[in-house]
Design a protein around this ligand. Sequence first.
Ligand code: DMJ
Length: 576
Amino acid sequence: MARGRSSSSSRWRYVHPSYYLKRPKRLALVFISFVFITFAVWDRQSLIREHEDEISKLKEVLSRLQDQLREVDGSVGNFGERFISANDKEISKDFVDIDPINKERREKVKEAMLHAWNSYEKYAWGQDELQPQSKNGVNSFGGLGATLVDSLDTLYIMGLKDEFQRAREWVANSLDFNKDYVASVFETTIRVVGGLLSAYDLSGDEIFLEKAKDIADRLLPAWNTPSGIPYNRINLAHGNPHNPGWTGGDSVLADSGTEQLEFIALSQRTGDPKYQQKVENVITQLQKTFPGDGLLPIFINPHSGAASHSTITFGAMGDSFYEYLLKAWIQRNKTEAVKHYRQMWETSMEGLLSLIRKTTPSSFTYICEKNGGSLSDKMDELACFAPGMLALGSSGYGPEKAEKILSLAEELAWTCYNFYQSTPTKLAGENYYFRNGADMSVGTSWNILRPETVESLVYLWRFTGNKTYQDWGWNIFQAFEKNSRTDSGYVGLRDVNTGAKDNMMQSFFLAETLKYLYLLFSPPSLISFDEWVFNTEAHPLRIIPRNDKEESLRADGKANSRPNPFGRKHGRTGYN
Ligand code: DMJ
């Protein structure tokens, strides 16, 4: 019993204060342990509280961003659902989430498109182009509704559904190509065939393909020349292809080598190889006499297929020939069958490098023109498509060359942007001259709402990720708003120095300038460069993935399937 009592009292001795008073070291140890445990518990509690705060803040941000995303998806109409693939949706969210300024800019561009479109609907419905000052329409392309057809895909991409639907009804019920009119094969192809095919690829509506086939069939006899190089004019009702008098009987390089994308696309979608054969033969013929520097003069004889002695330029009458060498290679999936397109394009880019000069004192890089053996220090604003083309083609090179080409593209884009910045209206003139010590000066001083510089900005922004290009585009857009906007549409300027206005809203302002500006402020996955290729009038054509089995079938014309316009994953494939 005594032992039991003593052991129980010794168990409780640790809680008795006298125990510790006699043992100060233990007292100190107990005190330190107490402080430490209290601090640890308190610290953990406050960490939990902080984390809870943090989580609730993040939830708020998340729900705000989800709201924003829903808003953006709504405001850009169909593209959220149709043109952004599942993987890309993540990229798009990031893009939208981190940069709300883009949303605001995109909305402003959409509003500009609506203003241009509403003015066209009000004063020039069904005619080719609107004259905003006199508030009437003109048929500069034979009465094919050029502005309407050129605008279809822009309306669709911007989610302007009612406007698109009204335009679609006009195409279905009123677009008539049986016109006794001598049309430009090039202009009709890039605006009308390109515009209709793009509308078809986006909407899947067969009426656009039917109409594209109708007009292409009327243009096709233009390729019936001894060399296969097409004549550039044809009567839409009666045929009779020929060249205009002012070329001395020659065909123009850009007019003859800028139908590949549209006619290849038409063959892919109809299963009829005749369109593709005609335009690919042009490249085959040109390849036979292709010069070592890849630079072709702007006039070619359609009988012999030989180039005539004339100017070499990346501006007017040369430009899009080089653009289509690259883009047809992309459109046809960069396969062995079209390797020669890429080779010809790379050869031409070596030629382009030989035309590069820099200004003094500011070292702006520019592309000269060439007459005979000598370079002329002149560059068209039209040549400002070249930075975009170089950026697009750069990835086909090895890493070192790709970097060189991309940085040349960036230098040229800086020059083109300065074509705008250097004038009092901040809008570019039609062409520029470069003189020692004086950098650049405007030559022809009009501005007709051209798209080439903003087109290049889209490519450069997408390939470099540098938002500066978006800011440049925004500045250019604001200059259009300030100088070119009227109550009844947008006009060009007769003179970028004075701001004097002309009386024409070019159809490419709606097809190209506003579309490229809209894309500049949209997720890069909206009409991604991996799945679409833009014709020279900014009409995106779906790249049909290669399928060798079907290719051989369709090359015989035995199958006639249409690619699904809403995405590779679900689409039928055509031949390339
Ligand atoms: C458009 O019709 C096309 O971009 C063409 O390739 C060149 N000219 C105009 C725009 O400036």
